[in-house]
Design a protein. Structure first.
Length: 454
């Protein structure tokens, strides 16, 4: 059996895929009603459900999850005694950030320089389209040889755990022999890659109070404790001079022994300005895949425009901590909380609130499903062998699924290679990667079905 019919079919479906991705990107589906209307997420969920019904999925449902969002589920029965494969993606997206910095509207799919630009194009609306392409190609070439469950999450980017809690309450719903998480990416364009590890995360909001109200900085400055200055000092305690994360009690010296990330390539991918140093110690792979990393992702403070000469009575920040495999996110949360409480200067009153958490994940890359995927990627990417890498980001659902279904094999692939600039302005997807990965997924489902016979 050759790959030509599959590859030709996928190629013929690409114009339709672009149209559908444009429709899906148009929904401003940020799962935070403080930023975008909830109706945008509900409309996106409805679009996904309609797409599944059009492909013959049964039991299509909008699942109301405990965090107030909706995940979309559907089941496509395969031949008798065929294995079941769960395909995962999420339709919610990160906010567009500074829309003026986008070269084209963030919620309007725009082709430029051989890529398709738009929020969610790669992360992860494109992942849902990838699943559709693979299934359509199989249906056009002998049928889908496995039973397929699809789950499209509605709040992955917020880390609020709605789908995790729903799955725990309904453990039979997502049970499968193998799970394909379509939310990571190749190490770079054209190099087929499965993700072997994910860092977990914890998200905390810290608030400092020092005064009953703001004060004139000329009259009181120099003696009255300024909450914003206290916050700056507190946040600085989370890093050493070289930028290494320094949370009291948190180990930060693990080493990555797999595929390495050359510093020159990382600087290019991260768009580090000339003359600016990278932070931390060890190899780049150590720093982004094997060690914890703290990031201050937001501070409440007066903007420069309109600022007055005042001492701030209160200050608030949101802190993200990425937790590597081998460490426990719950323990890391406790350590980070204790650090924030103990390092606040001048006796400032500290309030810490947890707003998100997820455990790290390590896949079993020796499983039969990985052999089937390696064979599929070898065909979809002629001349290339499948690589395994880490990923610094978090997908909390992975550990939930691994705990619920310990016998299931979990593979992580996707469209979020470095050029995609996910979570940043001008996010994009490579249509060539979308095409090749759709071919790979279709061939994987064939290979996997064959491996389970007899």
């Amino acid at each position: 059996m050759t790959a030509r019919p599959i590859s030709e079919t996928v190629a013929s479906l690409m114009p339709r895929a672009r149209t559908e991705l444009a429709e899906l990107v148009a929904f401003q589906s940020v799962a935070d009603p403080a930023q975008f209307p909830k109706s945008e997420c509900e409309a996106a969920a409805g679009w996904v459900a309609d797409a599944l019904r059009a492909e013959g999925f049964q039991d299509v449902a909008l699942l109301d999850t405990p965090d107030g969002t909706q995940s979309v589920y559907g089941f496509l029965p395969g031949p008798a005694d065929a294995p079941t494969v769960l395909l995962y993606a999420h339709y919610d997206v990160q906010p567009p950030l500074d829309e003026s910095a986008w070269l084209s509207p963030p919620f309007e799919l725009t082709e430029r320089d051989g890529r398709w630009f738009g929020r969610g194009a790669a992360d992860c609306k494109g992942g849902f389209i990838m699943h559709l392409l693979a299934l359509r190609a199989l249906k056009a070439n002998g049928g889908v040889p496995v039973s397929v469950k699809v789950i499209a999450e509605g709040s992955e980017e917020q880390g609020t755990g709605g789908l995790e809690r729903y799955a725990e309450a309904h453990p039979e719903l997502l049970a499968a022999d193998t799970i394909v998480i379509g939310d990571t990416g190749n190490f770079r364009v054209g190099l087929p890659t499965v993700t072997a590890t994910l860092r977990g995360m914890t998200m905390l909001r810290v608030k400092l109070d020092t005064l009953e109200g703001n004060l004139h900085s000329g009259q009181f400055g120099g003696a009255a404790p300024d909450a914003l200055a206290a916050m700056i000092q507190l946040l600085a305690s989370l890093r050493a001079e070289d930028g290494t994360t320094t949370v009291d009690g948190l180990t930060a010296d693990a080493e990555w022994d797999g595929l390495q990330y050359p510093e020159a390539e990382f600087r290019k991918d991260a768009k580090v300005l000339d003359g600016v140093e990278l932070i931390g110690a060890g190899t780049v792979a150590d720093r982004i895949w094997a060690r914890p990393a703290v990031t201050v992702i937001g501070i409440d403070c007066p903007p420069v425009v309109g600022a007055t000469p005042s001492l701030q009575a209160s200050a608030r920040a949101q802190v993200s901590l990425r937790v590597p495999p081998g460490q426990d996110a719950v323990k890391a949360t406790e350590l980070l909380t204790a650090h924030l409480e103990s390092h606040a200067p001048w006796g400032a009153r500290v309030t810490v609130e947890q707003v998100g958490q997820g455990q790290p994940f390590r896949a079993d890359t020796t499983s039969p499903a990985y052999t089937s995927m390696a064979d599929a990627m070898r065909v979809a990417y002629p001349g290339e062998e499948m690589q395994s890498s880490g990923m610094g980001g978090s997908i909390p659902l992975c550990n939930t699924l691994a705990n619920l279904y310990p016998e299931a094999e979990i593979l992580l692939i996707g469209l979020s290679e470095p050029e995609a600039q996910i979570h940043a302005v001008n996010e994009s997807v490579s249509p060539a990667e979308l095409e090749r990965l759709s071919v790979a997924e279709a061939l994987f489902l064939r290979n996997y079905a064959e491996s389970k016979k007899g």
